[in-house]
Design a protein around this ligand. Structure first.
Ligand SMILES: O=C(O)[C@@H](CO)OP(=O)(O)O
Length: 252
């Protein structure tokens, strides 16, 4: 049996402001750092350890990974940063407030952008300085790969799944204990792939920040169980809060 731990980054500056974030490289808040540290302490207390960590090229996930590892005295393990684990690209919604968008376009529309499986948010326009081709971090990658200007979850699965299958899974199969520090929707994409989850089910999944998710997998990689580590009532409330981020402001 294998154990795999996946964690969403702690609260980011834009989570706090309720803005669509996607590939925008914003940092954690103080609370985000502290929650990530608390997750590291909890993992240590519960006897977890890691041999290798995978994260995205976005600092909210990288800083979460290191906060967790620091609390576990595991700063020395390899931390692999790869854009395949980036958040879903949120196109032209990046930087927009989720409540304001719900007030303007209706909750249904925003829910469709946030959680439908195959509806892409509006694309970032040509020439926009936020496009991957205008970011130094993607310069080398862009020579061989076409990077997105928007993504639906299906697109995110298409980049996350092969990375998991070809890079991460072989390490788990070698017996390495793996931590993945990623993002709400890149984690949903991983779950969809690992669990072979139906589309109807993944649309209803919301991931709380800085909460370790534990997978037990059989030797042939079937899911034995999946659970969140921590206070289950608090986790339930955190999941609801993520779900409700795109509610209209009261009175609208
Ligand atoms: O803004 C984002 O990039 C994501 C995660 O924070 O938001 P949502 O939960 O709406 O998909």
């Amino acid at each position: 049996m294998y154990t795999l731990v996946i964690i969403r980054h702690g609260q980011s500056q834009w989570n706090k402001k309720n803005l669509f974030c996607g590939w925008t490289d914003v940092d954690l808040t103080e609370k985000g750092f502290e929650d990530a540290r608390a997750a590291g302490r909890l993992l240590k207390k519960e006897g977890y350890t890691f041999d290798i960590c995978y994260t995205s090229v976005l600092k909210r996930a990288i800083h979460t990974a290191y906060a967790v590892l620091d609390e576990m005295d595991l700063n020395w393990i390899p931390v692999i940063k790869d854009y395949h684990l980036n958040e879903r690209h949120y196109g032209a919604l990046q930087g927009k407030n989720k409540t304001e968008m719900a007030d303007k376009y209706g909750e249904e529309q925003v829910l469709q952008w946030r959680r439908s499986y195959d509806v892409r948010p509006p694309v970032l326009p040509d020439g926009d300085e936020r496009l991957p081709e205008n970011q130094p971090v993607y310069k080398e990658i862009m020579k061989t790969v076409k990077l997105p200007h928007t993504e639906c979850l299906k697109d995110t699965v298409a980049r996350v799944a092969p990375y998991f299958e070809q890079v991460i899974k072989p390490e788990i199969q070698k017996g390495k204990k793996v931590l993945i520090a990623a993002h709400g929707n890149s984690i949903r994409a991983l779950m969809k792939y690992i669990e072979d989850m139906p589309e109807e089910e993944i649309v209803g999944i919301n991931i709380p920040t800085a909460t370790p998710m534990i997978y037990h997998l059989s030797d042939d990689f079937r899911v034995i169980d999946r659970s969140f580590l921590g206070d289950q009532e608090a986790i339930k409330a955190a999941i609801e809060a993520v779900k409700n981020q795109s509610a209209k402001s009261s009175g609208k």
